[in-house]
Design a protein around this ligand. Sequence first.
Ligand SMILES: [Zn+2]
Length: 344
Amino acid sequence: MSVPPPKPAKGRAAARSKVVVPAARPGERREFRLQLLNLDRFSRVAMPGVVLRGRHDGPTLAVTAAIHGDELNGIEIARRLTNDIDPTYLSGRIIALPSVNVMGVLAGSRYMPDGRDLNREFPGSTKGSFTARVARRVLRVLDGADGHIDLHTGTRGRANMPHVRAHLDDARVAALARAFGAPVIFDQRGSQGTLRRTLVDRGVPSILFEAGQASVFQPYAIRAGIQGAMNVMRHLGMLRGEPRRPPVQLELEDAHWVRTSTTGLLEVFVKPGDILSRGDLIARNVSIFGDHREEITADRREVVLGLATHPLAAPGTPVAHLLEFRALPAAARKALARRRQLDG
Ligand SMILES: [Zn+2]
C-alpha cells in the first residue's frame, strides 16, 4: 500500500516564510542580512539588519536609513542606537535597517542600480522590477512594528534643517512626531510610494526625520536624530522617562520653493532653520559677467526648511524650501521673539 506524501503544512510554512527578522533572546543583539543579489558563489549583496531585544517585553520600533543611498547621517544614527543602547534598560525591540539601499551607499548614489528611487516603489511586489522586489522585502521586515522612523538628509546640493515629516491627521503618527522633539514638524502625507505613507496605510505609525546634507556625517544632525529616536522610545515606554520637549515646536504645512529665474552664480545669506520676515534677503543670483543681478527675498513670515548648497543656478533652480507661519501659539511667539534661529 502506497502512502501518500505528507501534505505541506500550508499555513505554518507560509507563516514561517514571513519570518525575516531573527528571534533574539531578552538582552540580545543580533545581526542579520537580507540577501538581495547572488551574482555567483563569491559575490553576494545583502542588506544589513540589526535587532536589539530589551531585557523586558514591550513594543517594536523600526528604524530605516539610507533608502536614498547618498543620505548618510541616518546610517550613523541607526548604528549608534543599536550599539550604544544597553538592552538591560530597554523594553521591547529595536529593528534597524541602517543601509537599506546598500548598493546606492557603495556607489554614492541616491538611486537603486536600476535607476529607480526606492522611496517611490513601496509597497513593491515580488514580480516587479528589482527595486520593487527590494521594497517588498523591506516592508516584510517592518510590517507589524509599533512605530517606525525613516532617516533622511537633504538631497545632493541641498541642506535641510533637522525636522520631522509626518501626517498629523493620524493620532498615533502625530504622537510619535511630537514626541521626537524636532523644532519643526512638516505636516504632510508624503508622496505615493514612499515607505512612510505605505506603512501608515498598513497601520504602522511612521514618521520621517530629515537633517543635514547628503554624502557627509554631520554631528549636530546625528545627535538630533539619536535624541529624537530616544524620545520616541520614551513615548512608547521602551525607555524610562518622558520625551524631552524642545523650547519651540512648530507644526506647519504650507511649504513652497523659491526659485531663480535666470542662469547665474548663487550667493546665499540665510541658513537652514532661520526665521524670515517679509523682505529679508535670501540669496543673490549674479550672472557670470556681472551684468544681471536677481535678488530673492522672503515675501512673508517663514522658516528656512531647506537650502541650495550648490552655487550654480539655471532658470528654475530651487534656492530655498520655506514653510509659512500662520497662527502661532502665544508661547511659541514669545520664544521666537527671543531667537531668530530654530535649529540650534
Ligand atoms: Zn531622502
